[in-house]
Design a protein around this ligand. Sequence first.
Ligand SMILES: [Zn+2]
Length: 232
Amino acid sequence: MTRTGTGCIDRPSPNHGPRPEGARVELLILHYTGMPTADSALTRLCDPEAQVSAHYTVDEDGTVYAHVPEDRRAWHAGLSSWRGRSDVNSRSIGIEIVNPGHEFGYRPFPAVQMAAVADLCLDVMGRHGIAPADVLGHSDIAPARKEDPGELFDWPGLAARGIGLWPDPAAADDSCDSAEDVAALLGRYGYDAAESRALLSFQRHFHPEHLTGEADSETLLRLRALLRMTGR
Ligand SMILES: [Zn+2]
């Protein structure tokens, strides 16, 4: 028996399976829907032909739809990895956040939507003991394929509520790591270091005003701060 968040509208999806024996939910993955409308996204997430789903969708007005029970494995992450481990679906909860995305007119996430996302995240984190550092974007775990939830997503606002981390530059230790290249540092934090777009994904999440894919000093400072904050 699995609780879902209070105040959700049930919109069940058939697209899920059992979690592997012994799998623990340890990551919370945030997505945007990337579809022209909320309706088209909800239809697709519940369409057996589409073979995709998430545990929840949060609409732009803050309405939360529950698709898959949290003890089941939803199909949201696809080919992905974090901290050297793939099959993220088996050990995560996935939340879709309604936004047309880069393909259909990417736009800011309304405050009422972000407030509902934050409440839902805190519920999920509390139920499963998910650490703030383990709340990630789809683009963090699949840099080659994904840009969601993207550079307009309010990660700093969520971090202020204990959801995800935001780098505190004061935490960076600039005396170390000079010999380590940025790919190695990204790999230490959790990104797939072999993926050339990992740095761009890092910026999309942690330095969104500097989406260049180049390792400028502020990007490195923020990365080192996060390594220090997580002891990685
Ligand atoms: Zn996604």
